[in-house]
Design a protein around this ligand. Structure first.
Ligand SMILES: NC(=O)c1ccc[n+]([C@@H]2O[C@H](COP(=O)([O-])OP(=O)(O)OC[C@H]3O[C@@H](n4cnc5c(N)ncnc54)[C@H](OP(=O)(O)O)[C@@H]3O)[C@@H](O)[C@H]2O)c1
Length: 370
């Protein structure tokens, strides 16, 4: 008789900051109360630059297990033979080295966004992952949430027609005048600024609506135009806009914006078609509702039907991506089909180009592969 016990993925967590706490805390990774029966997760080890911090992280977020090991370095987690997969929650500019060391030690990797400082670092990681036959994924959790899957279904089922134009924004007011210049959102050594921190989210929706649209046939943008406003505090971008044309197979354009000095806007993403629009309500990293407007005839703009869908998100919403990682590793895959390597590479190539046009140069030594 076939076993019904779930495949349990044994995680090691790198860094104990805000996002690692969200990823691990009981309602997410370790909860058995979210109607998932085929995969589960266990927290084998936590690595921090301080062992005391790792210990208190486990006490606070470890789900009460006495078996989770606390380490005062990341290398000890990579070396632990009980750990199968590493979750990387360090600042952006540390991701490359952390992921490289994890892969070199034979571990699968789920790495926070922005996945690396630049596209060359990501290409080097993907090459290593392939050589070692290990799973690697950027932690773009939004793409795995049930609402996002439903938006994709509607965007592709045909009633709205082909996408023509879209706008997506993610902004967050970080109160930059009153935080230390060493905060990761301001420090260029840590890849600070709006683009790398917030830009992945407008990009997720551009990828879903345009790049992934079957009529686009996976064609990359034919042009990228970017503009940055910098803060005099540290020179990182406080507001950035970038426009992507998809004209090889579509006649479509994405206008994407992000800012670290503004709150969210509603709708946070609008995808426009000749027959109607899809409006995604904020926050675009974890929306709980969206509205589809249908016009009476193509191009009229007269809304004759409006359908709003609302979704409950269990816990913080990070476990959907963790379950995807577990399923892929269980099935021997080295990349997810949902957020595949080509999409992460597209994001990093776009960010490189926008940084180039915006004149944002990292301090010497930040980029480990150029
Ligand atoms: N998916 C999402 O929704 C989401 C949300 C927020 C952030 N993120 C991403 O997650 C990453 C971390 O963001 P966060 O908000 O968690 O940051 P954070 O609270 O500052 O935590 C970062 C952690 O990284 C470790 N670290 C290693 N080297 C560091 C250095 N030189 N300076 C500062 N910290 C260092 C520290 O952990 P130890 O002291 O334990 O070593 C620190 O606690 C970023 O890449 C960000 O884009 C994702």
């Amino acid at each position: 008789m076939a076993s019904t016990s779930p495949f349990t993925l044994r995680w090691g967590i790198i860094a104990t900051g805000w996002i690692s706490q969200q990823f691990v805390k009981k309602t997410d990774l370790l909860s058995s109360n979210r109607n998932v029966e085929d995969v589960a997760h266990s927290l084998v080890a936590v690595g921090s630059r301080s062992v005391e911090t790792a210990q208190s992280f486990i006490r606070a977020y470890g789900g009460g297990s006495d078996n989770t090991k606390a380490y005062g370095s990341y290398d000890e987690v990579f070396a632990d033979p009980d750990v199968e997969a590493i979750y990387i929650g360090t600042p952006h500019t540390k991701h490359y080295e952390n992921a490289r060391d994890a892969l070199a030690a034979g571990k699968h990797v789920l790495c926070e966004k922005a996945v690396t400082s630049n596209a060359a670092e990501l290409r080097a990681l993907l090459k290593l992952a392939k050589e070692k036959n290990l799973f690697f994924m950027e932690a773009l959790w939004t793409r795995f949430q049930p609402l996002t899957q439903e938006v994709k279904r509607i965007a592709e089922e045909g009633t709205l027609g082909l996408p023509v134009s879209m706008h997506a924004d993610l902004s967050g007011d970080f109160d930059i005048e009153n935080i230390p210049k060493t905060h990761r959102i301001l420090d260029p050594q840590l890849g600070g600024g709006a683009l790398l921190d917030l830009g992945p989210y407008p990009m997720i929706w551009a990828v879903l609506a345009l790049y992934e649209h079957p009529a686009n046939k996976k064609a990359r943008p034919t042009s990228i135009s970017g503009a940055m406003v910098k803060t005099p505090l540290t020179g990182v971008d406080s507001s950035t806009s970038f426009t992507l044309n998809f004209t090889e197979t579509l006649r479509a354009q994405a206008t994407l914006t992000c800012s670290i000095t503004l709150p969210n806007m509603d709708p946070a993403a609008t995808i426009r078609y000749r027959n109607g629009s899809i409006l995604i309500h904020p926050p675009i990293y974890k929306p709980t509702s969206f509205t589809v407007q249908y016009f009476d005839k193509p191009g009229s703009g007269k809304v004759v039907r409006e359908v709003k869908q609302t979704f409950d998100i269990l816990g913080g919403g990070w476990h959907y991506q963790a379950d995807e990682v577990a399923r892929c590793i269980r099935d021997g895959k080295i990349e997810s089909e949902v957020w595949s390597h080509d999409k992460s590479l597209l994001l990093m190539d776009v960010f490189d180009e926008v940084r180039k046009q915006g004149g944002y140069v990292f301090p010497s030594g930040v980029e480990k592969v150029v």
